[in-house]
Design a binder for this molecule. Structure first.
Ligand SMILES: Cc1cc2nc3c(=O)[nH]c(=O)nc-3n(C[C@H](O)[C@H](O)[C@H](O)COP(=O)(O)O)c2cc1C
Length: 308
């Protein structure tokens, strides 16, 4: 196999054996927010399949950042178990990264323990929940939680972290004019909307030092009118590169507003509503989902054109 895909590639301090990366896709294998044997076996098998790197998906940096009850919450008590996972992947010759993030308004009090937070207050119909806009004074502490997550990831033996700054989660909620209606220096102009991301990345890069690779997953477009578009995302990408990140994972879509822009194809209305706990939303989505959540046609490599 002489194809370039099967040649090594370097991201900052990390060299992968080839250019295939299993992207972060939520596994739902963490009951009680703890890594399970199933999660370990899953990533070991991906590594045994020959990828350069596999990515453990969507780990919350704080409890308030959890959107699902079977989602990983990165905290000291689970480090020994995560260490077994990273060792299992390394024994198969692959590298292993972990995606870290905070869901912002994409949660519910019975999952994340508090009224969900975001850039601005409001109501998120998708959860559905009232949302509290974060106070300016809370932002440095939240940024530190991302840095802390990087240190925990290193302790657990991960080679890389991927900061989730897309798909309408917390950092994306600050970047997007749709969810960020703040009147202070964190809202308004793009420069202001990037300020929380800058703060997070400063902590992440400091914690990563020179031995952890840092990737950022970001939106090229939010996928609906009034969201972030490519002219602004190019500025975001340039800023991230200035801040020293080693790789950008270019994506798009907004889970609360344009979920099918992330994955494309027809809306799986039946299966989606099946898992909804709120009865009126469940039947509302069954009856009106087709109009509430637009489908976006699938085509091969649908993010490639914007990425180029
Ligand atoms: C079931 C499923 C779960 C996903 N979970 C995540 C996730 O936890 N984090 C994330 O950044 N993207 C998630 N995604 C998006 C994918 O990682 C990927 O970005 C998207 O499907 C676009 O595919 P591509 O990057 O391979 O073109 C998920 C996608 C699917 C289908």
């Amino acid at each position: 196999m002489r194809n370039k895909l099967f040649t090594p590639v370097t991201f900052g301090p990390l060299t992968l054996r080839n250019r295939t990366i299993r992207s972060a896709a939520f596994e739902s294998m963490c009951p009680g927010n703890n890594p399970s044997q199933m999660l370990l076996d899953y990533h070991r098998s991906v590594a045994a399949g020959g990828v350069g790197m596999t990515t453990v998906a969507y780990a919350a940096v704080t409890q308030s950042g959890l959107s699902f009850d079977r989602q990983l919450w990165l905290r000291p008590s689970i480090i020994p178990r995560l260490h077994e996972l990273t060792k299992a992947v390394h024994d198969e010759g692959a590298a292993v990264g972990i995606q870290i993030g905070h869901c912002g308004n994409m949660s519910h009090k019975n999952i994340c323990g508090v009224t969900p937070i975001s850039a601005s207050s409001g109501f998120n119909l998708y959860s559905p929940t009232f949302v509290r806009g974060m106070e300016k004074e809370e932002l440095p502490e939240m940024a530190k939680a991302y840095g802390n997550a990087v240190n925990l990831a290193r302790e657990a033996g991960f080679d890389a972290v991927e900061v989730h700054a897309g798909h309408g989660y917390l950092i994306s909620q600050f970047l997007s004019p749709y969810t960020n209606r703040r009147k202070d220096e964190y809202g308004g102009s793009l420069e202001n909307r990037m300020r929380f991301m800058d703060m997070v990345m400063e902590e992440v890069m400091k914690a990563a030092g020179n031995d952890m690779a840092v990737f950022v997953k970001m939106n090229m477009r939010d996928g609906f009118k009034g969201g972030m578009e490519i002219d602004e995302s190019i500025q975001v990408a340039k800023r991230l590169l200035e801040l020293g990140v080693h790789g950008l994972v270019l994506s798009g879509g907004f889970v609360s507003k344009a979920p099918m822009y992330v994955m494309r194809g027809a809306m799986p209305i039946r299966s989606m509503s099946y898992y909804m706990n709120c009865w009126w939303l469940k039947y509302g989505v069954r009856m009106f989902g087709k109009w509430m959540i637009p489908s976006v046609p699938f085509k091969e490599a649908y993010f490639l054109e914007d990425a180029l």
